[in-house]
Ligand binder design. Structure first.
Ligand SMILES: *Cc1c(COP(=O)(O)O)cnc(C)c1O
Length: 297
């Protein structure tokens, strides 16, 4: 098992705390330098199903900077499976650092036009090989949520009133909702612009049962859209490092931290709240920035 769960720690964030509110962050990014954070948790049960079913290959979909693609490549290699990544768009030279890593982990890359990428079922149908285990883009699905639920067992999280995470497909949020205690409130920060079907998509991953923790999704912190990272966000990441020694990524976790800072100022959280933020990793994506942009790597 490559992921070192014992590396994960809870870091207090003094600049996100006051007399009334205490804030910690769960550092899943410390699992592994490249395959960090929630992607390993989300892949766990897909991987065990693939192994139990004697599949030889793990295949999935993603963009040129996808945390999910590189995690799939690594996880497959660790499990003794081969892997194929269907990549959105044309091949670029030089290759993105993400795809270079994925290839180093043995992944075969297939480039798919943006148009064809929208119809992943056709790609799956055209690749008629019963030995391939398919994982949806971003690890979306109930098994992905089941894996993400295990995030809250890494340490004792029962004393927190709020658990807050970045949201892409919503799979991680769905897992956290299932694992949280009924008194805990989940808050998801969407990194996609105008992704208003998200509540429903998260709901589709949840079992219908009473007594589940409730969740809300905040839509105003995408900074212009997926992976958009204006100068204001980069400056925020630099300040965050200076104040808290907390590294964040440009796609997910910086927007999570920025959102929490804004919400604290509203104020959004009642006095006495104890917040647990999830650092879901993704730092490998920062390699797409010009060298020296960030004071950490
Ligand atoms: C994929 C990812 C997310 C979003 O997870 P979803 O389950 O798709 O909502 C959040 N943070 C990081 C670093 C990720 O790579």
């Amino acid at each position: 098992m490559y992921a070192k769960l014992q590396n994960i720690k809870v870091q207090p964030l003094p600049h996100f705390s006051s007399g009334d509110i205490h804030t910690d962050i769960l550092r899943l990014d410390l699992l592994h330098p490249v395959v960090s954070g929630n992607k390993w948790f989300k892949l766990k049960y897909y991987l065990s199903e693939a192994l139990a079913g004697n599949y030889h290959t793990l295949a999935s979909f993603g963009g040129a900077y996808s945390n999910h693609i590189v995690a799939t490549a690594f996880a497959a290699r660790e499990a003794g499976l081969t892997s194929i990544g269907y990549i959105r768009g044309e091949k670029t030279t030089p290759l993105s650092p993400t795809l270079r890593n994925a290839m180093e982990y043995g992944m075969k890359l297939e480039y798919v036009s943006r148009e064809a990428f929208r119809h992943t079922e056709s790609i799956m149908a055209a690749t008629a090989d019963s030995g391939i285990y398919w994982v949806r883009e971003g690890g979306f699905g109930t098994l992905g949520a089941k894996g993400a639920a295990d995030i809250l067992s890494v340490t004792d999280t029962s004393s927190y009133s709020h658990i807050i995470c970045a949201v892409g497909t919503g799979t991680m949020l769905a897992g956290l909702v299932q694992a949280a205690l009924p008194h805990q409130q989940l808050v998801g920060i969407s990194v996609l612009k105008n992704h208003f079907g998200l509540e429903q998509e998260v709901g589709s991953l949840l079992p219908q049962k009473e007594g589940q923790a409730s969740f809300t999704i905040e839509q105003d912190f995408h900074f212009g859209g997926y992976a958009k990272h204006p100068q204001e966000l980069i400056r925020f990441m630099q300040d965050l490092w200076a104040q808290e020694q907390l590294p964040t990524d440009i796609v997910y976790t910086s927007k999570l931290l920025y959102a929490v800072k804004q919400l604290l100022a509203l104020p959004y959280f009642a006095a006495g709240s104890r917040l647990l933020l999830i650092h879901s990793g993704g730092l490998q994506g920062n390699a797409s920035l010009p060298a020296g942009t960030l004071p950490f790597s």
